[in-house]
Structure formats: C-alpha cells, structure tokens
Write a new protein. Structure first.
Ligand SMILES: O=P(O)(O)OC[C@H]1O[C@](O)(CO)[C@@H](O)[C@@H]1O
Length: 568
C-alpha cells in the first residue's frame, strides 16, 4: 500500500465492509454453538488466556482482518517501531517504550545509538536512590527519614503510575515492602487536590517528586511551585535540595527550577508521555514505595509481552488480535465505544489509564500523511471494576447501546477471603459475575423464554434481552507486579496496532494544544482584571459574560497574591 493511500480505499477494507453486513445477520447464540470456532478463538501466552469467541466475528472475519493487516503493512510498522525508526513523524521521533523494559543486554537503536545502556543507567540510579531513601541513609533537612512521597505530574506523568500503584497496593509482597510508607499523586491544578495531598503529611518526612516530560506543563509547574513553597515555608529554602527531586527529559529546566541535576532522573523524547510508566516517570515513585526489586518484576512482565508482540505470528499474538478486533468493532460493526471491565478492585485505575493511552493516541481525524479520514478512528474508552459497574452502567450495555466489553478476570485473588458457611469464597463470588456477564450479553433472553416463565405479558418486552452483544475475556493467573506489567503492555501494543491499521500517528497529541493556548489568553485577562481592573475584552459574548460574573463574584482574591497554602 502506498504510504498516502488510505486504508479505507483498499480491497481488504471494502471486503470487510461487505462481510460486516453478513455477520450482522448472524447471532452470537448461533456463533457460539460452533465449538470448533470457539476453540479456535482461545489463545494463551505466558499464563494469560484470551477468549474472543464472544466477538461478533467468524473464522472468515479473522482471515479478512489478517488480510487488512497485511495491506496496512502491520508487520513492517511493528518492526519499524522496534527498530527505532521515527514513526512519530509529526514530532520526528522514535517510539521506543519497549526499550524501557528491555533486558540489560539487549540492543535497541534510536538514531544510530543503542539506548538500552542509558535506560539501565537511570534504572540503576533509581535503584540506588530509592534504597537510600527507604533505608534512611538519605534523610530530610531536619535529619528525619523520608517516609512519604508525593508525585506531582499530570496525564501520562500520572495516570500510569497511579494505575500500577493502585494495583500493587493490595499485593502481599508489595504490602510488605511498602510498610510504613505512603505514596500520593498530585495531578490536578485545582488547589483542592493540593489540600487533599498534603493533608496529614509533614514536610520534614516528605519527598516530592516532580514528574514532567517537558517540565513546562502549566498544571504541574504550578503544583511544583506550590509544594516547593510548602517545604520551604516549613523548613527553609535550603531544604528543597533534600526534599525535591525530578523526573524529566528537560534537565535544563529542572535545574532552573532549583532541583539539583544529580537528583534528576532522565528519560528521552522517544518515550511518549502516555507510554512512560516504565521510565523513571513510574519506576522512581513506585520504587520509592515498593522497592526496586518489585518494580523490576513489573518491567519484566511488560518485556515478556514486548517480545511476544514482536515475534509471535498474528494468529497467536495477543495485542495484534485484540487490536484487529477493536478495528473490526469500531470501523466495520460501527460500535464507537469500548468498556474495560476488570473483575478486580486492584485494577480500578486501569480504565482511566487506558483512556489516555487509547484516546490520546487514536483520537485523530487525519492519516499519518495528513489526509482527512473518511472514517472514524479511535474509540470511547470507559470502565469500572466489576461488580461495581454492574450496579451502575451495565443496564445500558445489556439493553441499550451495544458496547463491546473487555472482561478482565484474575484466577488467584491478591486477598483471598473465605467465610465458613458461605456457598463460595468471596473471590469465587466475584468471579461468578465475571463468567456470567459475557454470556448474558451474548445470549440475551428471548420473549419465548420469558413467556415460559409466566412473565406477565405487559412486562415481556421490558424483560427481553436481545443479546448478540460482543465481549472478550482475558484471564490472568494472578495480579502480581509481573502480571500488571503484562496487562499494561498488552493494552499499549493493542492500541498501537489499531493506529497502525487505521494509518494514523498514534504517538502525537496535537489535539491538546488549542485548549492550552486559549487558557493562556484567559489567564492573562484574569491577571489584568485583578491587578489593573481592566475590563474583559477580546472574547465572545458568552465567555465575556461568564468571566465578568466570575471576576465580580470573586473580587475578594487579593491582586498581589500574598502566599496562602491550604488550611489542612
Ligand atoms: O509530562 P508532561 O510534559 O508534564 O505532560 C503531561 C501530559 O500532557 C500532555 O502532553 C497533554 O495532555 C500528555 O500527553 C502528557 O502526558
């Protein structure tokens, strides 16, 4: 396929469009009655089982999707990524998050240089630093041990680390290694988030990690200055050196901010923000909390999937299969959303993280060559852990709109609970739902069934479930650091596969810029109005009226902004 040809102009795409019309005439009930088909839709790698038999897809669909992958040059695109080519063409960068978790002796090139030694230099530095903090050989300005960490960052410098932290929090090994320590995340520029995060913390025993790839993000930098003030107003300006460190690609700005470059942990422009959890962005705060040896296992889990993604044939390649099925659902069956439903409370921050990875990566309107797309790319990702979601939005999923669902289950709970006299263990109770929901969605319940159950006629239509609602199931053996790394990498690569097929650049994010620049204009106006009484001007009627009302009603904010920190 010539690079400027849109994927939707190719023969395999057109064949899939025609095929979708046929597939829509079948029902999952019938598809699932074919055991051979179902058997062929179960794939296992490194302990993780994927069952995609409840996708609205036939064996022929799969073949046609592989043809689409071929015409989209999927294999070549994956190889180009692993070879460090500048596949992020609008930013002229390699995309090498796989190098962040590569074994020490591997060779991965970016711009003619093997980047793996640089990765391991930073990992070694994190290991040493986190051990010093955790052992108490590095102490705060008043000689006290630093037991608490506040990681300040937003977007990719926050969501991934928060997901991993939340997932590890209840893992027995991680609990042991985190005993007596706290890790918090300050992301929102809302001062309420500052208040929440410093409540109960003592600056004397707190280490603040500023995490920002660019070190220019407005929200993060204001929060960084706020926590610098929190520390220096309590302990004196010189305490900053002992209580603040940074993670960034922009070490010049880190130094300008007042953080010793020796206490800065680098990463590189070939790591996209939303793909950075395996860089110092995640590894530093997580190692401070759990120790490097736990986090190394997380990196190993991700690396195992990286190798699988790179070398496994497509028929057995988990991220490739998942990516192709998502393209099928979005582009051919016309389902714009995807629900991520982990049956594990430990994965409660997984969907919010994947929301950024997916929607910032694939929410694009033009091809990688800048040609407007005649089809919609990307999907709307959302999710909550089961069973909570069942008592919230599942109604819509069962009887309202069709939303392809990812059910993620875990065989062994991190925290088994059994009660004598109960029918099943608490985890079995949870998993009963994990196994039941996909069949409820697929089979539904017919009016004939309801009539046989003597449901009053006026309720039959209300109680009918059309079924034929696609889902897939991922079953993890357990949820330790290694499995968490696997799960992360499966989704990262799946999303890249989707972008490779759609022919877009999944690694830039120009769509976040416009709002940022308009906020700059508003910020200038707020300053001019508060300090010089200037009237609101240069905005449309709506914004002018709202801003004027806001300024009038908050006239008590002092123009000279004398320092005031949250009252906690
Ligand atoms: O790490 P930084 O540079 O502060 O950026 C934070 C986030 O802002 C974005 O650039 C846009 O929201 C994300 O891609 C990124 O993860």
């Amino acid at each position: 396929m010539a690079s400027s040809t849109l994927i939707s102009d190719t023969q395999p795409w057109k064949e899939l469009q025609a095929h979708a019309v046929d597939v829509k005439k079948t029902h999952l009930r019938d598809l699932l009655s074919n055991e051979e088909r179902s058997r062929s839709m179960v794939v296992e790698f490194d302990g993780i089982l994927l069952d995609y038999s409840r996708q609205l897809a036939t064996v022929e669909t799969r073949e046609k999707l592989f043809k689409l992958a071929e015409v989209a040059s999927l294999k070549e695109k994956i190889n180009r990524m692993y070879k460090g080519e500048h596949i992020n063409s609008t930013e002229n960068r390699s995309v090498l998050h796989v190098a962040l978790r590569a074994p020490r002796d591997s060779v991965i090139q970016s711009d003619g240089k093997n980047v793996v030694p640089d990765v391991w230099n930073v990992l070694d530095k994190i290991k040493e630093f986190s051990e010093r903090i955790r052992s108490g050989s590095w102490v705060g300005a008043t000689g006290k041990q630093l037991k608490d960490v506040v990681a300040v960052g937003i977007g990719g410098s926050f969501l991934g680390p928060l997901f991993v932290h939340t997932a590890l929090q209840t893992d027995p090994e991680a609990i042991e290694s985190a005993r007596g320590r706290q890790l918090r995340f300050l992301a929102n520029v809302d001062p309420i988030d500052v208040a929440r995060n410093i409540t109960g913390l003592n600056p004397e025993t707190t280490l603040v990690v500023i995490v920002s790839k660019t070190f220019t993000t407005a929200e993060t930098m204001l929060n960084a200055r706020t926590l610098r003030e929190w520390i220096s107003s309590a302990l004196g300006a010189s305490a900053v050196a002992k209580h603040m460190v940074a993670v960034s690609t922009n070490l010049t700005l880190v130094e300008k901010f007042g953080i010793d470059p020796n206490n800065a942990f680098a990463f590189w422009d070939w790591v996209g923000g939303r793909y950075s959890v395996c860089s110092a962005v995640g590894v530093l705060p997580l190692s401070l909390q759990y120790g490097f040896s736990v986090i190394e296992k997380f990196l190993k889990g991700a690396s195992s999937i990286d190798q699988h993604m790179h070398s496994e044939q497509f028929e057995r390649n988990l991220p490739v299969l998942l990516g192709l099925l998502s393209v099928w659902n979005v582009s051919f069956l016309g389902y714009p959303a995807r629900a991520i439903l982990p049956y594990s409370q430990a994965l409660e921050k997984f969907a919010p993280h994947i929301q950024q990875v997916s929607m910032e990566s694939n929410g694009k309107g033009v091809s990688i060559d800048g040609v407007p797309l005649p089809f919609e790319a990307g999907e709307i990702d959302f999710g909550e852990p089961g069973t909570n979601g069942q008592h919230s939005f599942y109604q819509l999923i069962h009887q309202g709109r069709v939303i392809p669902c990812d059910f993620i289950g875990v065989v062994k709970s991190q925290q088994p609970v059994y009660l004598s006299g109960e029918v099943v263990s608490n985890h079995d109770e949870l998993m009963s739902n994990f196994f039941a929901q996909p069949d409820a969605l697929a089979y539904g319940k017919t009016s004939e069934q309801l009539k046989k159950e003597n449901v009053p006629p006026h309720l039959v239509s209300h109680k009918t479930f059309s079924g034929n609602r696609p889902s897939l199931s991922l079953l993890l053996p357990s949820l330790n650091a290694y499995n968490i790394g696997q799960l992360l990498a499966i989704y990262e690569h799946r999303i890249a596969v989707e972008g490779f097929i759609w022919g877009i650049n999944s690694f830039d994010q120009w769509g976040v810029e416009l709002g940022k620049s308009l906020a700059t204009q508003v910020r200038k106006q707020l300053n001019a109005s508060r300090t010089k009484g200037e009237p609101v001007q240069g905005f449309n009627f709506s914004t002018t009226s709202m801003l004027t009302r806001y300024l009038k009603a908050s006239a008590d904010v002092p123009a000279d902004l004398p320092t005031r920190l949250p009252k906690t």
